[in-house]
Design a protein around this ligand. Structure first.
Ligand SMILES: Nc1ncnc2c1ncn2[C@@H]1O[C@H](COP(=O)(O)OP(=O)(O)OP(=O)(O)O)[C@@H](O)[C@H]1O
Ligand SMILES: [Mg+2]
Length: 192
């Protein structure tokens, strides 16, 4: 860089657009599966992508937070803050996090808009009966056995997104099929 030149954000230098792609939905809906599949496909074509997974974030960024409404909100705002930083620097931040409350999701969207950063909400729309049959982490079984309370979609609220940029149905479909749908969506938005 020439003396006196101003450092520019990487995104501007490479011309690569970033975005936050928030995958919201019930436990076992398929959020992590789809986010990882999308990241893999983006990496394969040399795109920069990161997955900010709820479980991992709770171990580090949000350690100590619980599952009350207030703590869930704080968790979502923290993740949204980091996602926006990545996105504004040309990274596609894939966020497979339940984010059950519409006002929490809208606050994240609002901060992206205020910064001119693209924000895309993807509702992984899997019915609770299907999620509960999948029960990847055994949470539905634990709730049914009375070993756990406050499970989103069962005995804790999940506010279904009214106007997501994309709603993916996974019931009766293969992972490859739904992952391809997400990839096409990202292509249409100039992200893949
Ligand atoms: N079409 C599909 N798309 C995505 N996942 C699917 C599909 N069909 C079946 N599955 C399966 O559903 C399960 C979804 O689990 P996953 O961990 O992705 O859920 P999650 O939404 O991240 O849940 P949690 O909120 O608990 O982290 C996986 O075992 C996946 O293989
Ligand atoms: Mg997950």
């Amino acid at each position: 860089m020439a003396a006196g030149a101003t450092a520019r954000p990487v995104a501007a230098a490479t011309g690569e657009r970033g975005a936050t792609v928030w995958l919201t939905g019930l436990p076992s809906a398929g959020k992590t599966t789809l986010a990882r599949a999308a990241a893999e496909r983006l990496h394969a074509t040399g795109r920069r992508a990161e997955v900010l997974d709820g479980d991992e974030i709770r171990r580090f960024l949000s350690q100590g937070l619980g599952f009350s409404r207030a703590d869930r909100h704080t968790n979502v705002q923290r993740i949204g803050f980091v996602a926006e930083l990545l996105a504004r620097n040309g990274v596609t931040a894939l966020v497979p996090v339940i984010a059950p409350y519409a006002d929490s999701r809208d606050a994240v969207r609002g901060r992206h808009e205020a910064n001119g950063t693209q924000y895309l909400e993807v509702h992984v729309a899997t019915p609770v009966e299907v999620c509960s049959a999948r029960d990847v982490k055994g949470l539905y079984a634990k709730q049914a056995a009375g070993e756990l309370t406050g499970l989103t979609g069962v005995d804790d609220p999940y506010e279904v997104p009214k106007r997501p940029e994309l709603r993916i149905r996974t019931q009766g479909r293969s992972v490859a099929d739904t992952a391809a749908e997400l990839h096409s969506f990202l292509s249409e938005r100039g992200l893949a």
